[in-house]
Design a binder for this molecule. Structure first.
Ligand code: SAH
Length: 203
């Protein structure tokens, strides 16, 4: 699948109708989501791989992975409204993605590849930490995820503690349009990294 084609398909997966600030419901911009998905494809070849999307929202990453041939794809999201929106988007695209309403902190079903755009911890410091702990524990092969540049030291420490290996830490151009009532400006650029982490010794 070409980049432009994937971006178009991801644009069709709408974000939340009324995003909740307390859960940091920020939808991944299509271009940025495509960048993560193609990185996962380059490192791991998603075809036939099991994928887990933690904090899946309306499922841009999960649905994108299914489009690139990943199977089975499981998407875990706390907010039932978003999970339902994701389910509908996957059905419209004719893709099989299992959306589960649940708390990532209690999730224990593993997968080869974990993808995530978790809460960044901008509202509640450290909100991304349990996500990284779960992702690193549950991925048998790799983790591909976004994080604020602030979290670099924390993430690198967790990766080392897990005996995993950082493949890439790549700054991305993340434009956040006004999303929550406390946002004053029309849009801001966020200092976000895309991470690729190898959790398996000999893939
Ligand atoms: N991955 C989506 C949404 C990212 S926003 C996308 O890329 O578009 C982060 C998501 O994590 C929100 O949808 C929020 O509701 C969800 N979330 C926050 N805390 C959670 C938790 N403890 N368990 C599961 N989902 C959670």
């Amino acid at each position: 699948m070409r980049h432009a084609e994937l971006v178009r398909a991801l644009e069709a997966v709408e974000g939340p109708a009324r995003p909740r600030a307390d859960l940091e419901q920020v939808v991944t911009p299509p271009e940025v989501a495509a960048e993560l998905l193609f990185a996962a494809e380059r490192w791991d070849g998603l075809g036939g791989r099991s994928v887990l999307d933690l904090g899946a929202g309306t499922g841009r990453l999960a649905i994108g992975a299914a489009l690139l041939g990943a199977t089975p794809v499981v998407a875990v999201e706390l907010d039932p409204e978003l999970a339902e929106r994701g389910r509908a988007a996957a059905a419209r695209a004719g893709l099989e993605v299992e959306f589960v309403v649940g708390d990532v902190r209690a999730w224990d079903r593993a997968a080869e590849v974990v993808l995530m755009n978790p809460p960044f911890g901008a509202q509640r410091r450290g909100a991304d930490r349990p996500f990284w702990d779960r992702a690193l524990a549950l991925a048998s092969r790799s983790v591909h995820a976004f994080a604020l540049a602030d979290s670099r030291t924390f993430i690198a420490g967790r990766v080392v503690a897990r005996g995993a290996q950082i493949l890439e830490t790549q700054p991305v151009a993340w434009r956040l349009p006004r999303t929550f009532p406390h946002h004053r400006r029309r849009a801001v650029m966020l200092p976000v990294d895309r991470w690729a982490v190898r959790t398996e010794d000999d893939p």
